[in-house]
Design a protein around this ligand. Sequence first.
Ligand code: G3P
Ligand code: CA
Length: 238
Amino acid sequence: MKQFINYAHRGASEYCPENTLLSFYTGVYMGANGIETDVQLTKDGVPVLFHDDTIQRMMGREGRLCDYTYAQLREFPMKTCGRTDYIITLEQFLESFSKMDLTFAIELKGKDVEEKTAALIKKYGVQDKCIVTSFQFAYLENMHAVDPCQRLGYLAPKGKITRELLDKMLAMDFYEICPHAEDATAENVQTWHEMGLHVRAWGVANEELMRQAYDNGVDGMTVNFPDKLVAYRAQKEK
Ligand code: G3P
Ligand code: CA
C-alpha cells in the first residue's frame, strides 16, 4: 500500500516565514512526512528556496530575487507570524533533511535551475526521496533530459488537466499528477490512479478542502498546516 504524504508546504508556512529552516523543522515537528519547497537561482547562480519572483512580500524590498546575490539575500530578514528567519540554499536544506525519513517535493520556480538541482539531489543521494515538480512543463522536460530517472510531477493549473496532457505525461513516464485540490474529485482521482499516476493535491486553502481531497483518495497533499492534516488522519483512523 502506498504511503500517504503530508507535505509541509513551504514548511509549516501558516505558522512561520515560508521556505525557511524554522518553517521546515516546525512542519516535521508537527508530524509532516514530506516537505514541499521552491527552487530558483540568485544573481550569482546559487539555488535558493524562495517562492516569489520578487522579494517584496517576504523581504520588504524592491526587485526580483535574481537581481540579488545570495550574500545580499541572506542579510534580509523574513518576518511573518511574529517569527523571523532567513533565506537558505537548496544545499543547506539537503544537508539538514536528506537523512530524515521524508519525501521532498522540489518545485522548479525559475529557469535554468534544473542542472544544479539534479546535481544536488545526486550529491545528497536523495533521488528516491524527491519528486521534482513544476507548473512549467518545459522545466520538467529539461529535468528529464538531465536525469531521466528522476521522478517528476506536473503541477496542473486549476481545470487544466486534459487527456492530451495526461498522455504527454505518461509518454515521459511521469510519476505524479498534482491537481488543484478542487479538481481532485473521487472520480478524477480514480481515473488518474488507473493510469498508474500518483496523485498529490495542491492549493489546499482550508481544512474543508483538505478533508475533501483526503476523502477523495489522494496520495498526498501540500498543506500550510500539517498539524491539522495529522489530526484529521488520526481522527479518520479511529
Ligand atoms: O504544492 C505545490 C504548490 O506549492 C504550488 O503552488 O504557488 O505554492 O508554488 P505554489
Ligand atoms: Ca511551490
